[in-house]
Write a protein that binds this ligand. Structure first.
Ligand code: NAD
Length: 340
């Protein structure tokens, strides 16, 4: 356990259990060097405790990197609640989790993540103020989409020499909360949309409302386009799929798009510009972090411009150093966190 913590430089791991509600939770605090650790709470069934702990630590580290590169005075953390097979009272379980967070005295701030909702955050909020994305807070997805849109413009500028997206073919995988909002913004500036989603209804809506062209899910990655925007699940770029791509840029909202960093090198070798996912999709984090601090919507929207500035900086380093933007982003984040 300690070796695992040391390998990814985790500050602390906290555990809580509450037999009355069935709560079994892990909070990984990766770093509080730049501020309190902020990161979502997952509520998922895990095969064993080890995989839950591993997930919390891995995600907490990526939150530290994301917050650092987003220019936030915020550290990185993540919570994982092991979802029981049966739960008698979900609200009571999340209230117990709220009491757990309160014991950490503000070193960890929670948020919505896979398997949790703003209603769960409302239950947590009954016992601690160290919680974001409650039903009063609003959905961060439109802000994530705004950041991705700005990031796509910066990426087009770096790779294609212009940030004018009119007439560019953008293939979007996944038309959920972020993907659909992104599609709307791209449509508004005259981009040509090629879209897929597991939910045929979402695709039909984009076809009717945005003039998008529907592409079968299995064909989207190989579809010839200028920009590929993965906005579905993570892990879609691997040794096999990289060879299928026919695009100049990969820039989308999905978390952990790369199976590993070697995939980033393959993209680089193929001349495909990759927008590091945790940089381009940081709009949602910027929204919840600044909203939690009581900042205005104007300040939050202004802060979103840091995403395209950071990407432009990363691309300049990547070009000068002949390295993948993904590797450059990690190095920059580590410099901000550890001063090296
Ligand atoms: P969502 O669940 O609302 O939407 C995801 C959509 O992708 C769904 O409609 C789903 O049917 C579709 N999808 C999944 N796999 C697919 C596939 N193989 N082919 C085609 N469609 C597929 O999720 P979201 O909130 O829009 O988030 C999208 C991605 O962005 C996720 O990876 C998420 O982790 C990441 N992200 C989201 C936010 C946010 O603010 N919501 C912030 C940062 C990162």
């Amino acid at each position: 356990m300690f070796a695992m913590m040391e390998a990814s430089r985790q500050e602390a791991l906290h555990f809580a259990q509450d037999p009355a509600t069935g709560l079994k939770a892990v909070i990984a605090i990766h770093s509080t060097r730049l501020g309190p650790a902020l990161g979502g709470c997952r509520y998922l069934a895990y095969p064993d405790e080890q995989s839950a702990i591993h997930d919390a630590m891995r995600l907490a580290q990526s939150m530290s990197y994301k917050a650092a590169l987003a220019g936030l005075e915020q550290g990185g953390g993540k919570a994982v609640i092991m979802r029981p097979a049966h739960v008698a009272n979900r609200g009571a379980l999340f209230e117990a989790f709220g009491r757990f967070i309160e014991t950490l005295g503000g070193r960890y701030i929670t948020a919505v993540d896979s398997g949790t909702s703003s209603a769960d955050m409302d239950c947590i909020a009954q016992h601690t103020r160290h919680v974001t994305s409650t039903s009063r807070g609003g959905d961060p997805s439109p802000h994530t989409a705004m950041g991705v849109f700005a990031g796509i413009r910066a990426s087009a500028m770096a790779r294609l020499g212009s940030n004018d997206l009119e007439g560019l073919r953008v293939a979007i995988q996944g038309l959920g909360h972020v993907g659909y909002a992104l599609a709307e913004q791209l449509h508004a500036v005259g981009a040509e949309l090629l879209v897929s989603d597991l939910d045929a209804g979402r695709v039909q809506l984009a076809v009717e409302q945005l003039g998008a062209k529907a592409v079968p899910c299995a064909d989207l990655l190989a579809t010839p386009c200028d920009i590929l925007a993965p906005c579905g699940l993570g892990g879609i770029l691997n040794a096999e799929t990289v060879g299928q791509l026919h695009c100049a840029v990969v820039a989308g909202a999905a978390n952990t798009q790369l199976a590993d960093l070697a995939v980033a090198d393959s993209l680089q070798n193929r001349g495909i510009l990759y927008a590091p996912d945790y940089v381009i999709n940081s709009g949602g984090l910027i929204y919840v972090a600044l909203q939690h601090r009581g900042e205005s919507l104007t300040t939050i929207t202004a802060h979103l411009t840091k995403i395209s500035e950071r990407l432009t900086e990363i691309y300049a380093h990547a070009q000068a150093e002949k390295r993948s933007p993904a590797r450059v982003a990690d190095s920059l984040a580590e410099r901000l966190l550890y001063g090296r």
